[in-house]
Structure formats: structure tokens, C-alpha cells
Design a protein around this ligand. Structure first.
Ligand code: CMC
Length: 444
């Protein structure tokens, strides 16, 4: 059992490691150097503008620490990922997604009774408000599931307006709001699938988290979905592997939007929208689309690799590369193994897996990828498992969102409890026209 740990993102959790000197306009300024619990160091420039009138410029935030966080640790060079200090490999092998969600949101692994209570809370909050079904009835069949998901999650604030923000809600209210989100996101996802295939909605049951999702997705009034442990385990594992990844695009969005003190549902909705893009969570859909393209057009894999390396071609090898990992993404390694297990158990083969493996093999020995340290990321193999389970390609990013939800919530909570608390508001360097007079339209 992990020890109860400090969950707040506070300056108090940093070690002081001397000072950094900066010379500007002939004057010297000193700024504190701070260190986190894994030895990561930063120059704390909180007072830079106040002290000398300068700001820093860091497009894409490649060197900017936007917060202090005790949730997830990544060492991109070494390929390490830990939630609350626990290696991702141990969680993926031994924990359930619900347990992992509790760990992220509450900061510690749950005791037996705590886990039972959390499970019951999720089950009790798994149905969506019956009136929300009218939304589904009005949607076009071919609506993208991410558009449905983000709209429905935002509309939870219409049906459950009582939880407004971290500070206006007591702990019990917040726990219910979090349970609602973690539980209902799965129901919304399954209902959007049923809508797309024109089948009646299947209401949640009191199965475990992943079994319940599969039941809502694939049971019909005439046939109950046959649950099997290999698929349930694989799904648990995929959700665990996606559950948090520190300050990526969607998580930073949740924090930034949440820092205006808007409600939890609206903040999460913003994160879902950010995740949708193909450079982020949408990559899992793009990977399968690329593999399909290679297969259906008989494109030689070597030629495809040349295409993604060509700087005159905007195409990239989707599912490869990462802003933080300069090594094999530890999540991709686990997913690749599980791919084999699931296909083996279901006695299926997937030609796309063969193409993916060939792409990986060639890329890992190609100077372009070696020099840039580009390796498979979490999205490279996940789609093969989703396909084998029967989840349609346009729902892959929805699966990512279901997994990432506990992380977003944990980060939102931590952001609200951080000290000091500030609304997120970056600066810019202006390069537009200098002052000029308005010219009336008759004179233009
Ligand atoms: N295929 C081909 N070239 C690539 C790729 C790729 N997948 N990724 C990066 N590069 C090249 C890029 O062209 C650049 O080359 P050069 O230095 O010659 O200009 C160099 O590698 C560095 O790339 P970058 O775009 O500056 O790196 P970044 O850290 O800004 O981008 C990334 C990270 C994930 C957006 C990028 O690697 C990418 O577009 N990958 C494909 C999309 C993808 O799989 N996204 C999912 C990420 S993991 C899930 C998640 O958390 O979102």
C-alpha cells in the first residue's frame, strides 16, 4: 500500500537549489533554481517581468513548466512513466482501471472498502439523465463520436448544475461530480455508437467498469454480449495506459480553461476537444487510416516510409514520435504485447498488425527516425486491439478520452488547490503594425 502523499501542486514541495544569474541591459538578476522529487530542475522566473520588464519566449512551451504537480512523472529519455510514483508497468499488469482512477484522483491506492465504495458510486452514477436522450435522437447518424462526446459532457452542466467549481462545492459533491463524469462518459460513448448503427440504447448494468462498457456497446435486445476475460483485461489495460500523461495539450487545456474557475464539466469538455486533433489523441484513428491506405493501395512499406520522411510531403508516420519521449514509449511496448494476446485469444489475424510491425522495423533502423529519436507512441498499436474488440475506427479517440478522464480530473483538482493559484494567462511578443490612424471607408 502506498503511503498517503501530498497531492497539492505547491511551491512548498520544491527544493531550493541555489540561483541562476541572468544579465540584461548590463544589470545582473538572480532567480531561484528549484528541484522536484525526481531531480528535475527549473529556473523559477515567476518574478522576471516584475524585476526587469522582460518575458520569456517559448513557442509550443518546449521548455516551460506551467505548474508544479505531484500526479505523473515521465522521464522521456529513459522511457519511464509513473502515476503517483507507481511504474506504469505494475499498474497495467496488476491494477484495474477503476483502482487507477482512484489513485490519480485521490492521490493514493484505495483500501478494499474504499475501492468498493468508489465502484458503487460509479455504478450509481452510470445512467445519463433520461432527458438527454432527446439530444441523441436529434443527432445525424454519421456525427463524429468526439463531437457527440464533447457536446454531451458539456451538457452535463445543464443537467447537474449544482457542482459549479472546486471552491463552491464540498468534498462529497465533488466526488459525485467526478464519479458522474468517469461513469457517464462510458455510457455516452456507447450510446453514440448505438446511434451510429441504428440500434436501441442498452442501459448500464452493475457489471465492472469495462464489462459494463462492452455490454452497452455490443449487447442488443435479442443477444447479450458474451463477456470474456482477455478482452476485459485488455480494455482495462488500455484505459490505465491512457489515464494520465502530465502536461500534454489536452491536460494543459483542462488546467487553463479550469483556471478561469469554470465548472468541471466545461473544463473536461475543452480537454476532449483538444484531444481530438490528429497530432494528439486523434492519432490513433489516423494510424489505422494510414495502415488501411497502405493495404488497400498496395503501397510498399518502404515507399511509405520514404513518403513520411519527405519534407515536401506534409504526411507523417502517425503513431510515431513524441514531444517528451526520446525513447520507446513504455505504453506502446505494453500495448504491442497485449495486441498479440488479444488476437491470439480471439483466434484472429489482422493484416494491419503485420503492416504496423513492418513499418516499425524499418523506421527503427532508418537514420531519419534514429537521428530524431522517433519511436512508436501509445497510439501506434492501440487501434489494432480496438479493431479486434469491434470498436469502430472513429471511436478510437473516444476510448482515449475515457481513459484520460481520471487524469484530467486529478489535474483540475490539483490546479485548484495549487499555491499560489493564478488564472492561466500567457504573454506574447507583438509583431503587428505599430500605431496607425483609422481611415474612413470613403478615403480607403
Ligand atoms: N513522422 C515523420 N517525421 C516526424 C514525426 C513523424 N511521426 N514526428 C516528428 N517528426 C520529425 C519532424 O518532421 C521534425 O523533423 P525536422 O527536425 O527535420 O523538422 C522532427 O521529427 C521533430 O518533430 P516536431 O514536430 O518538432 O516534434 P514535436 O515534439 O513538436 O511533435 C508530435 C511531437 C507527437 C506532434 C510528432 O512527433 C507527430 O506529429 N507525431 C505523429 C502524430 C502522433 O502520433 N501523435 C500522438 C502523440 S502520442 C499521444 C498523445 O499523447 O497525444
Amino acid at each position: 500500500m502506498a503511503e498517503r502523499i501530498e497531492v497539492s501542486g505547491s511551491y512548498r514541495n520544491l527544493k531550493q537549489r541555489g540561483q541562476a544569474q541572468i544579465s540584461l541591459d548590463g544589470k545582473d538578476y538572480a532567480f531561484p533554481v528549484v528541484e522536484g522529487s525526481e531531480g528535475e530542475r527549473a529556473v523559477d522566473i515567476t518574478n522576471l517581468r516584475k524585476a526587469c520588464g522582460y518575458i520569456t519566449l517559448d513557442a509550443g512551451y518546449q521548455n516551460t513548466g506551467s505548474c508544479i504537480s505531484g500526479i505523473t512523472y515521465i522521464d522521456g529519455e529513459a522511457g519511464i512513466l509513473r502515476y503517483r510514483g507507481i511504474p506504469i508497468e505494475q499498474l497495467a499488469e496488476q491494477a484495474s482501471f477503476v483502482e487507477t482512477a482512484y489513485l490519480l484522483v485521490h492521490g493514493v491506492l484505495p483500501k478494499k472498502q474504499e475501492l468498493r465504495d468508489f465502484r458503487n458510486l460509479l455504478t450509481a452514477n452510470s445512467m445519463i439523465h433520461e432527458d438527454m436522450l432527446t439530444f441523441f435522437h436529434g443527432l445525424p447518424r454519421d456525427a463524429h463520436p468526439m463531437a457527440i462526446l464533447s457536446s454531451m459532457v458539456n451538457s452535463l452542466s445543464i443537467y447537474y448544475p449544482e457542482v459549479v467549481s472546486e471552491e463552491d462545492s464540498d468534498e462529497a459533491e465533488l466526488n459525485i461530480a467526478m464519479a458522474r463524469l468517469i461513469s457517464k462518459i462510458r455510457t455516452i460513448a456507447a450510446f453514440s455508437f448505438k446511434k451510429s448503427v441504428g440500434e436501441p440504447f442498452v442501459y448500464p448494468s452493475n457489471y465492472t467498469y469495462c464489462a459494463n462498457f462492452l455490454h452497452m456497446m455490443f449487447s442488443t435486445p435479442v443477444q447479450k454480449y458474451k463477456l470474456n476475460h482477455v478482452v476485459i483485461r485488455a480494455l482495462n489495460q488500455l484505459l490505465i495506459l491512457h489515464a494520465d500523461h502530465e502536461q500534454n495539450c489536452s491536460t494543459s487545456t483542462v488546467r487553463l480553461v479550469g483556471s478561469s474557475k469554470v465548472n468541471l464539466y466545461a473544463s473536461i469538455c475543452a480537454g476532449i476537444c483538444a484531444l481530438w486533433g490528429p497530432l494528439h489523441g486523434g492519432a490513433n484513428q489516423s494510424v489505422i487510416e494510414s495502415l488501411e491506405e497502405i493495404r488497400s493501395n498496395n503501397i510498399p512499406v518502404k515507399k511509405f516510409i520514404e513518403m513520411v520522411k519527405d519534407k515536401n510531403n506534409p504526411r507523417r508516420l502517425m503513431g510515431f514520435g513524441h514531444r517528451v519521449y526520446r525513447n520507446y514509449d513504455p505504453r506502446a511496448r505494453i500495448i504491442k504485447n497485449t495486441c498479440g494476446e488479444v488476437l491470439g485469444y480471439l483466434k484472429r489475424s489482422d493484416p494491419l498488425l503485420d503492416i504496423a510491425q513492418e513499418l516499425e522495423e524499418i523506421a527503427l533502423h532508418d537514420d531519419y527516425f534514429i537521428e530524431r529519436k522517433l519511436y512508436p507512441n501509445v497510439d501506434f498499436y492501440s487501434g489494432i486491439i480496438y479493431r479486434a474488440i469491434g470498436i469502430p475506427t472513429n471511436m478510437f479517440t473516444v476510448m482515449f478520452a475515457i481513459g484520460r478522464l481520471p487524469g484530467w480530473i486529478a489535474q483540475w483538482k490539483e490546479m485548484h488547490n495549487s499555491e499560489p493559484f493564478n488564472i492561466g494567462r500567457p504573454r506574447q511578443i507583438y509583431t503587428g503594425p505599430t500605431v496607425q490612424d483609422y481611415i474612413p471607408i470613403s478615403a480607403r
